[in-house]
Design a protein around this ligand. Sequence first.
Ligand code: NAD
Ligand code: DAU
Length: 332
Amino acid sequence: MQRILVTGGAGFIGCNFVHYIMEHGSVHVTVLDKLTYAGNESSLVGLPPERFEFIKGDICDSVLVDRLTASVDAVVHFAAESHNDNSLQDPRPFMDTNLLGTYTLIEAARKHGTRFHHISTDEVYGDLALDEPTRFTEDSVYRPTSPYSATKAGSDLLVRAWVRSFGLRATISNCSNNYGPYQHVEKFIPRQITNLLDGHRPRLYGKGLNVRDWIHVEDHSSAVAAILERGRIGETYLIGADGEQSNRTVVEKLLHLVGQPSDAYDLVTDRPGHDLRYAIDSTKLRRELGWRPLFEDFDAGLAATVQWYQENEDWWRPQKAETEVKYAGQGH
Ligand code: NAD
Ligand code: DAU
């Protein structure tokens, strides 16, 4: 592949993918990003200008999307409204970007015969009980529970239909919770790290018992690169790194890292409909494509992430106060 279009490349996972793919090859990358509250162009500084172009625009803009899609070999589609709490306050942007935006992109990819990779989430499968060993596989039933996950499920189904009905050359990946540099402070781990750096206590929803399956964002990038290169058209691949942790355990680890007592957190109002547990079985990706995560030591990855937020206050500070005002209004 010579040229790729990356949607949502100014967001958390998109920018990490752009850095990864440009460091690991000679591909030319065009980023299309609307720069919503979650997009930050400064996450893309330092990329080689002869191989990189940034376009500010909306994936729902069919004229722009058609023009950009016509000139690339592949589209890697990260752009989304991505935060569950926001989707519970105002679902509308989720409908527009996650459903209509994906539709706009796959129509352009169909017209131009462009290879398409759709980035999705394990949340499309709903949640699992806390006390069972079951994990999600590619055959799990779609059972989304929030407006966010319902729109992501809808976008997956659109891509699947375009593969079957129109022969779209697409793959889909559903990944678990990512952590690492450049993640917006609204999300769980950066919120607690920046609270601690500001001298405030971490805030756990409910009793803090919900479990998430953490993967370092660079492992997500390497998995997407493997699927782009070697994935079978029409297939779905689950991406995960066996990183299950309860939210309370994550907060206790963060408190330990900054030298505070393990119970120095607050329990706050729970998220309505809060999914209990996610867990990914990534056997298919590992067996078929030979992918392996490199950041398997969660404690080391967490320590490096704390250090990144300590060293990059200029990046996150402008988002922090506004984010906390929003959370205060929700009782979180
Ligand atoms: P993010 O919110 O950090 O970034 C989203 C990016 O998309 C932002 O740069 C934003 O400006 C851009 N965007 C939003 N609407 C747009 C539009 N209409 N047109 C163009 N650009 C638009 O999200 P993220 O956490 O990086 O997630 C990226 C993708 O990965 C999403 O599709 C999400 O569903 C998926 N995903 C996320 C996780 C996770 O843990 N964060 C896990 C699995 C899958
Ligand atoms: O599983 C993949 C999904 O992971 C992605 O599809 C989403 O885009 C991404 O946002 C993430 O969704 P979650 O809802 O799991 O992530 P969030 O960071 O919002 O919350 C993680 C867990 O932490 C969840 O159980 C809620 C809890 N939480 C969150 C915040 C912000 C707290 O206890 N306190 C908090 O302050």
